[in-house]
Design a protein around this ligand. Structure first.
Ligand code: NAP
Ligand code: MG
Length: 478
């Protein structure tokens, strides 16, 4: 018998996107092969189907791209801000016009549900370009003095969890301020950046202003190393972030590093349970938990722990895992086999160390990379699952008795990117938020993003801010 939760399949059409069998690097306004002719394949993590073959950049290609960006910089930086704004507005509008195509493409290459690419990623990508387009002719009023100067060529390296959104966070402020860019997308999600290259051509952006190098970590490293790169912007793991910091030490390269996190989501006893449960789900199961600012540590006041966990497990049992192109899907595929084995190993360490595992009862598809929504109870602060970033759909639950204890536990981490507070009392929100060492603190909500709001971390979550007026500083000589 059909239950109230049986849905008919509602697949988004794949035919709205035309993926070519192969793509080159985008250098100086042209698609070109890698100098050594190397290529690699990108697969769809929900099916393991090969989507396309893309060029793999090496050091020689990095040099070509940086030279093209340097040549373009002279004219681009000399344009009046109002002229640069026209290009950015044009790009933003084309992204809106092509958003359905881009959402399907991103879902295919990344594995995240179409509901997220359609309703979160793509609207935020367009909003970011609109926002920074608005700043391009107002830089004198941004608080950095009159006529602030761009830095030059920005080398930008992004991860696979929000491919097009991270591209937007990097490219929009760089171009608005008059810099030119060489960007390397993650190796598992190269396609949306290549489609963006096409959008640059469609918008008539002068050649060389944006260059896209698909490739592996060695291409990222060569980009960081290149002597003619003036600014390095990186989002990814803390380990690679540290390596980059060592690489650029002693040079005059400016850098922003946006690294990992282990965000605390704090639920007080006066919080409305059902709303808190929705916020916890958004906090850790959005994008399969592959979010640097995920609320991966739930801190719940002891007196409401049982009630909250009961509701949370019931809610997790209703999440729909499966085909990411189905509009009813809540939980898509894990981005890669490698990431899946990282998640699996960390979850096994949690069990081995004595935490109690509960996974939502759901059937995992036979092909592709999947992990059921999971939570751990009986977690202590010393457990690996309470300390290490899992970057998957795994929540660690700890409890507390007093607000001071909640703050102490929330701050007991090497990271400092995000936190959440759930309570009915406004005064408590203010008192607790002020004591949390996290770049962003959400109150009675989670994972809310807006281009006007600066984003970034403390401690091993990195330094520098992206978004908002603060995000301009990273690309200006101030
Ligand atoms: P990662 O290795 O740091 O990758 C991020 C980007 O850096 C990718 O484009 C990557 O290229 C590139 N890269 C790799 N090694 C490099 C090097 N030595 N120099 C310059 N660039 C380099 O992250 P990951 O392997 O994709 O994920 C590992 C962990 O990082 C995750 O489990 C998660 O904890 C964390 N992570 C955090 C974020 C975040 O938003 N803060 C995002 C993703 C991952 P390749 O793709 O070719 O390796
Ligand atoms: Mg892929």
């Amino acid at each position: 018998m059909a239950s109230a939760f049986d849905y008919a399949p509602a697949p988004e059409s794949r035919s709205v996107v035309d993926i070519a069998p192969s793509y080159g690097l985008f250098i100086d306004g042209e698609f070109t092969e890698a100098a050594d002719g190397k290529v690699f394949k990108t697969v769809s993590p929900s099916s393991e189907e090969v989507l396309s073959e893309v060029a793999r950049a090496g050091a020689e290609d990095v040099d070509r791209a940086v030279k093209a960006a340097r040549r373009a910089f002279e004219k681009w930086s000399a344009l009046p801000g109002s002229e640069r704004a026209k290009y950015l507005f044009r790009i933003a509008r084309i992204i809106q016009e092509r958003s359905r195509e881009l959402a399907v493409l991103e879902t295919l290459d990344n594995g995240k549900p179409i509901r997220e690419t359609r309703d979160a990623d793509l609207p935020l990508v367009a909003a970011h370009f609109f926002y920074y387009a608005g700043w391009a002719d107002k830089l004198d009023h941004a608080g950095y003095g009159a006529n602030p100067r761009p830095l030059g060529v920005a080398g930008q390296i992004i991860p696979w969890n929000f491919p097009l959104l991270m591209l937007a966070w990097k490219i929009a402020p760089a171009l608005a301020t008059g810099n030119t860019v060489v960007l390397k997308p993650a190796e598992t999600t190269p396609l949306s950046a290549l489609f963006f290259a096409d959008i640059c051509r469609q918008a008539g952006l002068p050649r060389g202003v944006v260059n896209i190098l698909t490739g592996y970590g060695d291409a990222g490293s060569a980009l960081v190393e290149h002597p003619d790169v003036n600014k390095v912007a990186f989002t990814g793991s803390t380990a690679v972030g540290k390596a980059i910091a060592r690489q650029i030490a002693g040079t005059d390269k400016k850098a922003t590093l946006e690294l990992g996190g282990k965000g605390a989501n704090i639920v007080f006893d006066d919080a409305p349970v059902d709303q808190a449960v929705e916020g916890i789900v958004t906090g850790i199961f959005f994008n399969q938990g592959q979010v640097c600012c995920a609320g991966s540590r739930l801190l719940v006041q002891e007196s409401v722990q049982d009630e909250l966990l009961h509701s949370l497990k019931r809610r997790l049992s209703t999440l729909r895992l499966g085909d990411p192109l189905d509009k009813n899907t809540d939980i898509g595929a894990i981005n890669s086999e490698e990431q899946l084995s990282r998640i699996t190993a960390l979850v096994e360490s949690g069990e081995a160390e004595g935490a109690e595992r509960w996974s939502a009862p759901c059937e995992l598809p036979s092909a592709g990379y999947w992990f059921a929504p999971t939570l751990f109870t009986n977690v202590t602060q010393a457990h690996t699952v309470a300390r290490d970033e899992i970057f998957g759909p795994v929540l660690s639950v700890l409890s507390f008795r007093t607000p001071d204890e909640a703050v102490a536990k929330a701050n007991n981490t090497q990271y400092g990117l995000s936190a959440g507070i759930w309570t009915e009392k406004g005064s408590r929100i203010l008192a607790v938020a002020g004591k949390l060492r996290a770049g962003v603190v959400w109150a009675n909500t989670f994972n809310k993003f807006d281009p006007t709001s600066p984003f970034g971390g403390y401690k091993e979550s990195g330094f520098g801010r992206e978004g908002g007026r603060h995000g301009l500083e990273a690309y200006l000589d101030v």
